[in-house]
Write a protein that binds this ligand. Sequence first.
Ligand SMILES: Cc1cc2nc3c(=O)[nH]c(=O)nc-3n(C[C@H](O)[C@H](O)[C@H](O)COP(=O)(O)OP(=O)(O)OC[C@H]3O[C@@H](n4cnc5c(N)ncnc54)[C@H](O)[C@@H]3O)c2cc1C
Length: 402
Amino acid sequence: MNLEHLLTDEDRQIRETVRDFTKKEIIPNTKNLEADYSQVEKVHQKLVDLGIQALGYPADYGGGDGTNTALGIICEELAKGDGGISLSAGINWGIILKPAIVVKNKTVMDRFVPSFCGGKLAYACLSMTDEAGGADSENPLLAGAGIKTTARLEGDEYVINGSKAWPTHGGIAECYLTICTTDPKAGDEGVALIYVPKDAPGLSFGKPEKKMLFKTSVNSAVHYDNVRVPKEYRLAGPGMDANFYHFLESGTGWHSATMSLGIAERAFEIVLDYTGTRQGGFKPVRQHSMAAGILADMAIGLDMMRASIYNLSCMMDHLDVYGSPWSPTFISKAAATRVFASDMAVAIVNKGAELLGSMAISEDFPYEKCLRDAKVTQLWLGGQQICRYRVARGYYDLKNWA
Ligand SMILES: Cc1cc2nc3c(=O)[nH]c(=O)nc-3n(C[C@H](O)[C@H](O)[C@H](O)COP(=O)(O)OP(=O)(O)OC[C@H]3O[C@@H](n4cnc5c(N)ncnc54)[C@H](O)[C@@H]3O)c2cc1C
């Protein structure tokens, strides 16, 4: 499917730059990168040098005012090389601070944005999944009642208590967007989004999780023990914070979908290439009709993913047309894109493996990484089940349980 008409010349230039970067700096080094995090940091610093980290931030702060379309393309291209690097880049360039930028919370922007625009690598973190309750904190049907981390206003400060499991960049980020509740019984009115600096007393971190995929991104628990931050570090206040929480769920779902796409595109490239030379039945494998059918299905899936994701990027860039990004309709479309992209990526990668035989799982061949990386996009952010609730809520009044 041709979506070039949706892109600007700048988008195309960014795509070429990041595609080239991925081919030269990531794809030939994936094994080293997975084994040694200091190598990953060097790759991130090179992305900073290319202006990628600052791209999503406002020009007033030295950022690039980049569009979601451009940012989506960057994540897609990076994910062709490595999902974890794509994940980190997307989180650092602005997803976490975007809500503060949109509501113009100047205290938060002045405190945190400059680090991301100053030419040095900086990490941000979405501290959301509660250790107790897991996906409950991400379940829209619980309307905030599933959030276990609490925030209590004392004078001019919020006091935060709780523990988050698996946040990406836990322990290495300098800014933690923490999803809390001021009162679980108040539902969405109790949801509080509070930015916490790494040096806040009472903040501590668990050991990095050991995982079979996305080894190039760090996940560690984040613990809050009477952590105090100025009340101005809360995003916006009751009601609006919940709206932005739902908006964030769309934004992170969109980001997840761009990674699914990049991983599946890389899988297709590998299978197309390998089956063009590997012989079976006296001809290249891809010349067999059964192989052609599988390759065609992979290509169809990729086209549909790309259409759905680029459409969502454009919707996010044209809120004047598509309305509030936290409306059930908007969230439903974003969730549908995420669910479809994750399921399709896993299907594409699994099916493609059948055309590679033993090489699909060889550690000396690049495909096993696609098999590993694709799976996580179905598991995070509440998983596919919770995400489907978001889709359904765009069409009917799926009841809250809280
Ligand atoms: C690589 C990686 C990166 C991550 N990054 C972050 C991050 O940056 N920030 C962050 O906060 N978290 C992050 N997470 C955590 C992730 O978002 C959670 O693991 C995920 O939301 C599911 O929570 P859980 O593992 O506790 O699953 P559980 O809560 O134990 O749920 C298990 C499964 O049960 C099902 N389920 C649960 N409740 C329901 C229900 N009500 N209805 C139907 N089905 C249900 C779902 O399918 C769910 O996947 C990350 C995880 C991974 C693996």
